[in-house]
Ligand binder design. Structure first.
Ligand SMILES: Nc1ncnc2c1ncn2[C@@H]1O[C@H](COP(=O)(O)OP(=O)(O)OP(=O)(O)O)[C@@H](O)[C@H]1O
Length: 720
């Protein structure tokens, strides 16, 4: 390092020491204030307890207000203390020196996970990464730059940019990064071992990612991103940004994440708290289905559908799914439902206790309720008829009016519409000869998954339903796995802003997945953004996965590691031994997590049994799991969606197991979960989707153990 460099580093160390001193002083003050609040609350409670009988009601009320105030103050201080503690671990990660055109000199702005001001001077010592000035750090290189301050756009010049890695309050390294957010720092971050939980990436957010995070104008934002492009991370950082930007009107209670399963929900659970925000609530489509259908019908779940397709390959079922998975289906179905009231409602006379309402009266009442969903409309007509007849009976001395009279009138009105409920109406849609066979119940009271959301949509379109009115922003992850009718349901239930993200290459069910264009057709007003750079895996793993399922837009990050290995084994037993060997070697390596990703949960269960008996300490993740544990995990490709591991083993990559398009999707998902190492094993003929590896091994005569792409487990000779 040059003398100037050493002097600069010295200066930075002094700055860090001074910041730590101020943070420690603040921590002390907060701890003191929390203790005092606690003591005060305790004393007040004791006083209240002892003098309860002697106090009048206004005195008691005053006491309660005092206690409530102290509790609120205490809670506020606890939150602040948590923030200061986080800052003490790592006060800041970046610095940008900016010289506004209107000022005489540049000023250094340090950027961290939270704001922190000098308690005495109120000078901002650390800017929250979400503050307007922090955009300078993320969006600009050295030279001309600007940011939006409350007073307007500030133009100026960036004279220097730096990045730091501070851990436990100690400066580990710093970089001058006048260009992009330092590749050096990014490389180091990406090269680290996977955590048990998704972590925040505030220090290395890239410019194109920042554009997604800070987009304030889109009501609906659709983000298509290749595997490992940071979509999920970005969506969570976006939530944190919106909570900061609109803190007066938006709180974590107003935000919901629709995630693919509970394991994934658990995996991402730490990101928002790490960013100083409360965790937001979560939901998934299975829970929405449960809420609507619990009392209506039994139904197949999404995972059961995936299992059915993977294990049995039911072409007729696939055909039904395909039919119900298009925007045309929603349009046709919408039109059909809308026509039912006019075409199928037949007004008739209503009679009770010799009093009558003519069919014209009924027709008028029905017409007046136009605009309401059909079953709500029928209820409205029935209520009016009940009131009318009741009045006639009572006014004209016709006797008593009981609840059974009211029920009879309601029944008569509802009988004018040939369908008793949404389920009957939905089934009737398939009476049309052109659609016959497209509805196939699994049992008398159990419908296929492909019918679950069309039925829920029918319920929403035909009767008023309770939505999620308090939600003001919905994040939808794995968008490609949801059909247009599911989006139609979301539209009805959530009339709020949305961030919708996913990757069309990672569909778990190609018969009912949605492309970006399809989703855009459901939300024509949406802004569509794309992330093409892939950060998770080494270039060797990314290129390998690309050959399983190509996406020409994908740009891998330049980070190297060992080439993926495909190991051919003589039989099933030898394959299990090979897997055991990889697991044991993993235990001795510097890597932490290992995912053994099978095609199906049934295969994962069998392998879990074998490895447990062999003494491996591991966890099985299946559709019932709710927690992500890290360490050695056995799971299926479907359950592994959204997760990542230092090393991944994909067992049974033979041609019988990975043969059709759906299998290809599963193989792609499994391979793209790996950050640093990827191993694939098989006995029998290699899957057609991996033929490229056999061919390239043949071409290169590649037999070397460590670098070989593919080799025979017994002979170490190339396979192909
Ligand atoms: N700017 C970044 N700085 C550091 N790490 C990043 C950055 N962007 C993404 N990553 C890392 O890349 C990995 C993938 O991120 P994430 O899981 O959010 O991607 P994804 O697009 O949702 O992936 P997939 O669709 O394959 O599940 C994570 O380890 C994340 O921390």
């Amino acid at each position: 390092m040059t003398d100037a460099g050493t002097r600069e580093e010295e200066r930075e160390r002094r700055h860090l020491a001074e910041t730590m001193r101020l943070l420690n002083a603040e921590l002390e003050r907060l701890v003191d204030s929390i203790d005092r609040s606690a003591e005060f609350i305790q004393a007040q409670k004791e006083h209240l307890w002892e003098h309860w009988r002697d106090m009048d009601s206004s005195e008691k009320a005053r006491f309660r207000v005092d206690v409530d105030l102290s509790v609120a103050q205490g809670e506020h201080s606890v939150k602040r203390r948590e923030r200061v503690e986080r800052l003490l671990e790592s006060p800041y990660f970046g610095r940008v020196d900016f010289h506004p055109d209107t000022d005489t000199a540049a000023e250094a702005h340090y950027i961290g996970v939270h704001n922190f001001s000098d308690p005495e001077t109120q000078e901002i010592l650390i800017h929250d990464w979400r503050a307007p000035v922090s955009t300078l750090f993320y969006d600009f290189e050295s030279g001309r730059a600007h940011f939006e301050a409350p007073v307007g756009t500030i133009q100026g010049e960036i004279t220097s940019k730096r990045q730091y890695k501070i851990r436990g309050g100690q400066l580990e390294y710093m970089f001058e990064s006048s260009l992009n957010i330092g590749d050096d720092v990014l490389q180091r971050e990406l090269g680290e071992s996977a955590d048990d939980r998704m972590k925040n990436i505030v220090a290395t957010i890239q410019r194109e990612q920042n554009a997604v995070i800070r987009n304030e104008t889109a009501r609906v934002l659709i983000l298509q991103g290749v595997a490992g492009s940071g979509k999920t991370s970005i969506a969570l950082h976006r939530v944190a940004f919106l909570l900061y930007r609109f803190k007066d009107t938006l709180s974590s209670d107003n935000i919901m994440i629709l995630s693919p399963n509970r394991v994934f929900g658990d995996y991402i659970a730490d990101v928002l708290p790490e960013l100083g925000e409360e965790q937001v609530s979560e939901i998934d489509f299975d829970r929405i289905a449960g809420k609507f259908l619990a009392k209506v019908t039994g139904y197949e779940t999404f995972s059961e559908q995936v299992i059915k397709l993977l294990e049995n390959g039911d072409e007729a079922a696939a055909e039904r799914m395909r039919y119900k998975a298009t925007p045309e289906f929603v349009a046709e179905f919408d039109e059909w439902i809308a026509a039912r009231a006019d075409e199928d409602f037949v007004p008739a006379e209503v009679e009770r206790k010799s009093r009558r309402l003519s069919s014209d009266w009924v027709a008028d009442a029905f017409e007046e309720a136009r605009g309401l969903p059909i079953f709500t409309r029928l209820d409205r007509v029935a209520s009016r008829a009940v009131n009318q007849l009741k009045r006639q009976v009572l006014d004209r001395g016709g006797g008593k009016w009981s609840s059974s009279d009211a029920s009879s009138v309601r029944r008569q009105v509802h009988a004018m519409f040939p369908y008793k409920d949404a389920l009957a109406l939905y089934k009737a849609f398939y009476d049309d000869p052109a659609r016959r066979g497209m509805f196939q119940p699994l049992a008398r009271k159990r419908i296929e998954y492909a019918d679950v959301f069309p039925l829920i949509y029918t319920m929403i379109r035909t009767a008023r339903q309770e939505g999620y009115g308090h939600i003001r922003h919905l994040v939808v992850d794995e968008m490609q796995d949801y059909t247009p009718v599911q989006y139609a349901v979301l539209r009805e239930l959530f009339s709020c802003d949305m961030t919708i993200l996913g990757d069309s290459n990672q569909s778990v069910n190609p018969f009912s997945s949605s492309s970006l264009a399809t989703i855009h057709s459901v939300f024509p007003e949406a802004d569509c953004l794309e992330l093409c750079k892939s950060y998770r895996s080494t270039i060797e793993i990314t290129e390998f996965a690309q050959r399983v399922s190509r996406n020409d837009k994908l740009v891998p990050i330049e980070r190297h590691g060992p080439r993926p290995r495909i190991v051919a084994c003589s039989d099933e037993r030898a394959q299990r031994e090979e897997i055991l060997g990889v697991v044991e070697r993993h235990g001795e390596s510097e890597h932490r997590s290992l995912g053994i990703i099978c095609k199906t949960v049934t295969q994962a269960e069998a392998l879990h049994g074998f490895l447990s008996e062999a003494g491996v300490d591991l966890t099985l993740l299946d559709y019932e799991s709710t927690e992500f544990t890290g360490g050695v995990v056995v799971t299926s490709a479907h359950v592994s969606k959204g997760l990542e591991f230092d090393a991944v083993i994909v067992p049974a990559v033979d041609d019988a197991n990975y043969a059709d398009e759906m299998d290809r999707c599963m193989l792609y998902i499994a391979c793209t979960r790996a950050m640093h190492e990827l191993h694939l094993t098989h006995d029998g003929r290699l899957s057609r989707f991996l033929k490229f590896a056999a061919e390239s091994a043949e071409r290169s005569g590649d037999v070397d153990d460590e670098t070989a792409g593919i080799h025979d487990q017994a002979t170490k000779t190339p396979v192909g």
